[in-house]
Design a protein around this ligand. Structure first.
Ligand code: PLP
Length: 447
């Protein structure tokens, strides 16, 4: 019998994961020498690609002069430089950045920033949060409370705090607009209803992934959705927090996904691509009006992680930013994403199981259905997406199976394709070949 690993497994049924020993560009390599095309950027993280020697050298240099200083007592130059760099590409109302070590911490920080903002302005009764179903904002108890990912919420429900959830903008399965012949923005108006029902004086903030990630990859709201959200939030003095941990920092072809809607949120949360896997880094990007309220109020945000603004992480973030700008990686996903998307869509002619292909830039979701006419999903037990992802892995391409989403989170399948921003034509072809073959196999297995 093989000994149990010393590391607590994420899944006791899958102990034989490949051991990855090397990453270069778009590829990972395991300890047997097998190469994989990383078509999901390792959970949407590695935007600039793996194994950049330039970054490794920069980390060496930074670490040689300073590895850590406690941000509660000291400044260091890299944090300010990185904050200025991020603000230079952010919507104009953004005025400051709070650094953390990842996406959950960024959203946890945003919850507290929003709450204290209202307290600073003499509105301590404003505490409630509104978010959407089929969303993911993190694993900490507060961010899981925000998340509308039913499968991850259930076990921990005794500890979750009350958050009101509204419908996501999901045209393919929209309960509001199915009979209307097009989007009516009813899902945005549901926000107003929720605020009114809760009591506008009690609501602090609305959280939404600008473009949805793992829980329903690629859901992209109507062109007027966020303007309507902004209008509703302003009407009731509710902060709008855009979670861009996955969809932000270039992934959709703009530095921030919300820039496609030309709307300014009050807080934008960041993670993943900002450190690109070279350092644990996340951030809350904060609007001027919040910064001013704190400055004019108590002057002190009651918050702070030991590793907030860690020098090596900020230094690494700066190098990632430099590469993103130099190689135009904030823009490149727009063009490459269009090519990849059109080739995935073309596969629908051959594979009836493709119900919808959606997304923006290099954040592409493929929803599978058992019946394209009725849009009936595969039953969960069919594990269709798992079969597709496994088939692609056998062909040397890594993608990410999404969580069930139809029938109130019981059944349904979707796949997330979210490759690094450096992807080239040749790799698009490899992804399409692998997907094509894996769909043929998975369909045969499901007949
Ligand atoms: C949209 C979104 N928000 C928040 C998170 C949580 O980020 P982290 O896993 O870095 O804590 C994720 C992670 O996948 C995410 O996709």
């Amino acid at each position: 019998m093989t000994a149990r690993p010393a590391v607590f497994p994420r899944d006791f049924k899958v102990l034989d994961r490949p051991s990855i020993v090397r990453g270069r560009g778009m590829y990972l390599e395991d300890d047997t020498g097998r190469r994989y095309l990383d078509a999901n950027s390792s959970a949407g993280v590695v935007g600039i690609g793996h194994g950049r020697t330039e970054i490794a050298e920069a980390i060496l240099e930074a670490g040689d002069s300073l590895t850590f200083v406690y941000g509660g007592a000291f400044n260091h130059p890299w944090q300010e430089k990185l904050a200025r760099a991020i603000l230079s590409v952010a919507p104009p109302s953004m005025a400051a950045v709070y650094f953390v070590s990842g996406g959950s911490e960024a959203n946890e920080t945003a919850i507290k920033l929003a709450r204290q903002y209202h307290v600073e302005r003499g509105k301590p009764q404003k505490s409630k949060l509104i978010a959407r179903w089929q969303s993911y904002h993190g694993v900490t108890l507060a961010t899981l409370s925000l998340s509308g990912r039913t499968s991850w919420r259930q076990i921990f429900s005794p500890y979750l705090t009350p958050v009101t959830h509204i419908a996501p903008p999901y045209p393919y399965r929209c309960a509001y607009c199915a009979a209307q012949g097009g989007c009516t923005l009813a899902c945005a108006d549901e926000l107003e209803r929720a605020i009114l029902l809760e009591g506008p004086d009690t609501v602090a903030a609305f959280f939404a992934e600008t473009i949805v990630g793992t829980t329903a990859t690629g859901l992209t709201p109507h062109a007027d959705y966020y303007a309507r959200v902004r209008e509703i939030c302003d009407r009731y003095d509710v902060l709008f927090v855009a979670d861009e941990v996955l969809c932000g920092y270039g992934r959709t072809g703009k530095p921030f996904a919300i820039q496609h809607w030309n709307v300014s949120p009050d807080i934008i949360t960041m993670g993943k691509a900002i450190g690109s896997g070279y350092a644990p880094l996340g951030a809350a990007v904060i609007a001027d009006k919040i910064v001013e309220a704190y400055a004019a109020g108590s002057g002190r945000f009651v918050h702070g992680f030991t590793y907030s603004g860690m020098p090596v992480s900020c230094f690494t973030g700066l190098k990632v930013f430099e590469i993103m700008q130099r190689e135009k990686l904030f823009e490149r996903p727009a063009e490459m994403g269009e090519r990849l998307m059109s080739e995935v869509k073309a596969l629908a002619d051959k594979h009836d199981c493709i119900g919808e292909v959606r997304g923006r830039g290099l954040l592409i979701g493929v929803e599978f259905v058992a019946d394209r006419m009725t849009r009936a999903p595969f039953p969960k037990e069919a594990a269709f997406t798992a079969k597709v992802a496994a088939g692609m892995r056998r062909r040397g391409v890594i993608v990410s199976p999404g969580v069930p989403l139809a029938n109130f989170g019981r059944d349904g399948d979707h796949l997330q394709i979210s490759p690094p921003f450096i992807i080239a034509e040749a790799e698009i072809a490899l992804i399409i070949d692998a997907l094509d073959g894996a769909l043929t196999d998975a369909t045969a297995l499901s007949l």
